[in-house]
Design a protein around this ligand. Structure first.
Ligand code: GDP
Ligand code: MG
Length: 199
């Protein structure tokens, strides 16, 4: 698998109107704060300091665009699951997230990150439900897989599949990753590149 040759920070947007206006596709990454999003972005690009890794969750409220190989953008979305849960999706997920995910035509594919160690979290399931209801193309990425044994990981992924099977006829694509040992990198890059040829 060809590694990423070039990765550069392009811009931070506090509003959807500020995102780039060119025709390059966005591959966006989202998940609960602290799930390992910035670490995964650094792992995929092979650039340690590209996205800021933080011990304090909930810091990023901006949409960050990173230009990859001058061909596509890797997009770091704000983490969710910080506000109180609410009956309304609009309140549960910030306006900037829903505006981007549901309305931004730049978005080609969304990678939803979930911590491999945890049982399916309500907020993630709600988010996935919202994607399904709106026909948004997405895949699930399990993070921090290095913290589990092979058997524990298999059980965790299986539990996710069973939970989603109650809700979906076809399960979304899933990837097992670790920013510590690099697993999942080639698979995700391959998946992203394939998604460009399928449109
Ligand atoms: N062991 C391990 N720790 C990770 C992994 N990914 C992230 N972390 C740690 O989890 C914390 C949050 O990571 P970060 O990438 O900032 O999460 P974000 O808030 O989703 O962007 C940091 O302390 C990371 O070092 C991983 O794959 N394995
Ligand atoms: Mg982050």
């Amino acid at each position: 698998m060809n590694p990423i040759r070039k990765a550069e920070f392009k811009c931070s947007s506090g509003r959807i109107s500020q995102v780039p206006k060119d025709n390059l596709p966005d591959i966006a990454f989202i998940g609960r704060s602290n799930v390992g999003k910035s670490s995964l972005i650094n792992m995929l690009t092979g650039r340690k300091g590209l996205a800021k890794v933080s011990g304090t969750p909930g810091k990023t409220r901006l949409i960050n665009h990173f230009l990859i190989d001058d061909e596509w953008y890797l997009v770091d979305l704000p983490g969710y699951g910080y506000a109180r849960t609410s009956k309304s999706m609009r309140d549960e997920f910030s306006t900037i997230i829903t505006d981007y995910v549901l309305r931004c035509e730049r978005m080609h594919l969304l990678m939803v990150l979930v911590d491999a160690r945890l049982e399916p979290q309500r907020i993630d399931l709600r988010f996935i439900e919202m994607l399904g209801m709106n026909g948004i193309p997405f895949a699930i990425v399990f993070t921090k897989c290095d913290k589990l044994s092979a058997a524990q990981l298999a059980r965790s992924v299986d539990r996710y599949r069973r939970t989603l099977a109650g809700q979906w006829e076809t399960l979304p694509d899933m990837f097992m990753t670790s920013s510590s040992d690099g697993r999942g990198r080639d698979e995700i890059l391959e998946y992203i590149r394939k998604s460009f040829t399928n449109c």
